[in-house]
Design a binder for this molecule. Structure first.
Ligand code: NAD
Ligand code: ZN
Length: 211
């Protein structure tokens, strides 16, 4: 991997007031969660508290690994597999149940007794409008990183283009080429588990060490 390119990304993050990270299945791959279209790796998360920047994480993932890593205020575009909701939409708010396997199969709504379903967006369903609006706001940033996503699923894939149109410095971290690899300012062709620790190390070392 091009060391100069990693240093360039770190320096842009260091200088940025607002950084947005769009993540996809690739950041969870090495944790044993298979992607839809790629290989695996070991996920390490930016620690927002270590950065003097406003760093929003927008994710398409439903595995809640960002939540478990302690990432604050994650925008979850496609919901969470750890949550259940009533299939009849009886008014019961979503509830968490992380037991594997669930104790009751099939799970039922505690309010109306009808079938429960995973709190994720299924193909053909609309995304939560508040999550989409939050992601659109996050696309107004100085640096936008697409990490571990094939950038094929919309509207998530569109936020990279919005950020770019609004003048953000754009970065892709993915071992495989994608539809946006030729569009971004810097494409780092390696796993998130390789690149993110290197960027983090440069940021932790301080801007004086960054080219
Ligand atoms: P995708 O499967 O389409 O693409 C995954 C991308 O990750 C690929 O481009 C692959 O090259 C890359 N990748 C593989 N290993 C990597 C690594 N170690 N580091 C960096 N990148 C790596 O996934 P997507 O773009 O997130 O979109 C697919 C849809 O599938 C989304 O809607 C998402 O909700 C869903 N999904 C979620 C999960 C999850 O929650 N973990 C898993 C599979 C699919
Ligand atoms: Zn119900």
């Amino acid at each position: 991997m091009d060391t100069g390119a990693v240093e360039l990304v770190a320096s842009r993050i260091c200088a940025a007031a607002r950084v947005t990270v769009m993540t996809g299945a690739g950041v969870s791959a090495a944790s044993g969660v298979p992607t839809f279209r790629g290989a695996g790796g070991l996920w390490r998360e930016f620690r927002a508290e270590d950065l003097a920047t406003q760093c929003r994480v927008v994710t398409q993932n439903v595995d809640d690994l960002h939540l478990r890593a302690g990432t604050p205020d994650v925008i979850r575009l496609h919901g969470s597999i750890c949550e259940l909701c009533c299939s009849a939409r009886c008014g019961q708010p979503r509830w968490r149940d992380e037991r594997v396997p669930l104790t009751e199969m099939p799970p039922r709504c505690p309010r109306c007794g009808r079938l429960a379903r995973p709190g994720v967006v299924w193909f053909g369903e609309s995304l939560d409008t508040a999550a989409v609006a939050a992601a659109e706001r996050a696309a107004s940033c100085d640096v936008f990183l697409a990490v571990g996503t094939s950038s094929l699923v919309y509207p998530a894939a569109g936020f990279m283009h919005e950020a770019r149109d609004r003048g953000a410095f754009t970065v892709e971290i993915n071992p495989e080429a994608t539809a946006v690899s030729d569009l971004v300012d810097v494409a780092l062709p390696a796993g998130a588990e390789v690149v993110l620790p290197r960027i983090e190390a440069l940021l932790t070392a301080g801007s004086g060490n960054i080219a």
